[in-house]
Design a protein around this ligand. Structure first.
Ligand SMILES: Cc1cc2nc3c(=O)[nH]c(=O)nc-3n(C[C@H](O)[C@H](O)[C@H](O)COP(=O)(O)OP(=O)(O)OC[C@H]3O[C@@H](n4cnc5c(N)ncnc54)[C@H](O)[C@@H]3O)c2cc1C
Length: 459
């Protein structure tokens, strides 16, 4: 049993705050990005450094407490939080260090991608991440990392050079291609299963100004757009990335008034090649069909990365379903149209992120991320500010998923799983890499101490 004396000793060991139920900071500290999640941990340790993380891991192990690791708190199923256990909250470990000569950036385990973009952009550099800058570096990286630069630079894990990890024993290790390479392999896609990552070092790329933004089409053009898009993307140069989306145009500037609250389809583009060749790269796109809205042009990389932040503030209700997709088939398209026409709220959407190009040049066994030969990571999200609409957004998401899942490749990107989808789904996602992950889990975390995640059981 956890007693007050033990808690008090633990508090004295920490440089960061230890928050318990009844503390004024408790309710706020329990909140994660998805407003649908309401977990109530026994304690939250706001760790400021590696020493705090080691103390937290040791305290939880010695007191037999369930542990959740919180990075950016964005996880769909709220896997950065737990009921009754100890949350190791890394958010105060927020520092970055750019090495312009080595072209690398180190980020503390509690950084968001906005922190990293801010640090690298001043050097005219970028590291591939996702599409919303408030997402945590920790969770996004450990699950793989899919975003605007995937086709040019690969997944985020393909750019990870090393990581500092606190293991279940409380031991601190460094991992890279040369140090603890088995652990380094598992971290690249295996999620938070193996330890607490207190620092990540990534490769940077000379990417400064992007030529990108959204291009929107009438919903009645969806079949044409989808058919053109599925052929165009795999043949496009890797400098060019574009994810397909169904969306409702927000009723705010700079969107023109006649499009406000209109359901549309579109592609969010990001061209990261030489700027003087950008217009040429977009010629076939603009020749295909005149979009109803063309907001594509030069903009700083961090501006593209944070373009949708304001639209998706923390605290909205989110329900997720996802699949990998090898082929956007003729049979699947009418199903997409059926549900695209019925977007249940302004924030709800479906995205198809390309995972070909540079991401597909890495072999299936080089990292734990198995679906290297698939073409898209698809995600359907029902989103709304009002919990009263939860039934509506959940039902739309599930029905849409049921309708298109038969045309999918089987597994799904772990970072797009809701957290309640079962062991089989996780196994399917890791495919042939699953057994190797189990062996590494057995070596580094045989008691499954880190299990608030898309769990890989040690046996
Ligand atoms: C609005 C939104 C947009 C998104 N866009 C993208 C996108 O473009 N591309 C993409 O790939 N994904 C995207 N995601 C999914 C995102 O990658 C996952 O939600 C991811 O889990 C978020 O990481 P986090 O650190 O913010 O989450 P948390 O909830 O803090 O953690 C998620 C999981 O990761 C583990 N974890 C986190 N940090 C660490 C660490 N330092 N050490 C060990 N384990 C850790 C936790 O234990 C937990 O299991 C998006 C999510 C949202 C909500």
């Amino acid at each position: 049993m956890l007693n007050e004396a033990a808690i008090s000793d633990f508090r004295a060991m920490l440089r960061g705050q230890l928050i318990a139920p009844g503390d004024p900071a408790y309710d706020e500290a329990c909140r994660v990005y998805n407003g649908m999640i309401h977990k109530k941990p026994r304690l939250i340790a706001r760790c400021t450094d590696v020493a705090d993380v080691i103390s937290s891991v040791n305290f939880a192990r010695e007191n037999d407490l369930l542990v959740a690791i919180r990075g950016g708190g964005h996880n769909a199923g709220g896997l950065g939080m737990c009921d009754d256990g100890l949350v190791i909250d890394l958010s105060p470990i927020k520092y970055t260090r750019v090495d312009p000569t080595a072209r690398s950036v180190t980020a503390g385990g509690g950084c968001t991608w906005g922190d990293v973009d801010h640090a690298t952009h001043v050097f005219g550099m970028a590291t591939p991440s996702g599409i919303i800058s408030t997402t945590g570096v920790g969770g996004l990286t450990l699950g793989g990392g899919v975003g605007h630069l995937t086709r040019k630079c690969g997944l985020t894990i393909d750019n990870l050079l090393s990581a500092d990890v606190v293991l279940a024993t409380g031991e601190f290790v460094r991992t890279s291609a040369d140090e603890n390479p088995d652990l380094f392999w598992a971290l690249r896609g295996g999620g938070g299963n193996f330890g607490v990552v207190t620092a990540f070092t990534f490769k940077m790329h000379p990417i400064d100004t992007i030529y990108g933004g959204p291009m929107l089409y009438e919903l009645s053009d969806t079949a044409d757009v989808m058919k053109w898009y599925r052929d165009f993307i795999p043949a496009a140069p890797n400098d060019l990335n574009g994810f397909f989306a169904f969306l409702t145009v927000p009723p705010v500037a700079p969107f023109p008034q006649h499009l406000h609250m209109k359901k549309m389809c579109g592609v969010v583009w990001a061209y990261a090649g030489p700027l003087e060749r950008a217009e040429d790269a977009f010629k076939p796109i603009r020749d295909f069909k005149k979009p109803a809205l063309d907001f594509v042009g030069p903009l700083p990389h961090p501006a593209l990365q944070s373009m949708f932040d304001a639209l998706y503030p923390p605290g909205l209700q989110w329900y997720w379903r996802a699949d990998f997709v090898n082929e956007l088939s003729d049979a699947a398209i009418p199903q997409h149209i059926r549900f695209g026409e019925k977007l249940p709220s302004m924030h709800s959407t479906m995205h198809m992120y390309p995972v070909d190009g540079a991401a597909s040049r890495i072999s299936k066994t080089e990292t734990a991320w198995n679906y290297r030969d698939t073409k898209w990571a698809q995600v359907i999200v029902g989103v709304d500010p009002d919990p009263a609409n939860n039934e509506k957004i959940i039902s739309w998401t599930k029905s849409y998923y049921d309708a298109v899942h038969p045309y999918s490749a089987g597994g799904a990107y772990v970072n797009f799983l809701m957290g309640d989808e079962g062991e089989e789904r996780v196994k399917k996602t890791y495919g042939d890499n699953y057994e190797r992950l189990v062996a590494i889990k057995k070596k580094y975390d045989p008691k499954n101490f880190f299990r608030v995640n898309q769990n890989i059981k040690p046996s």
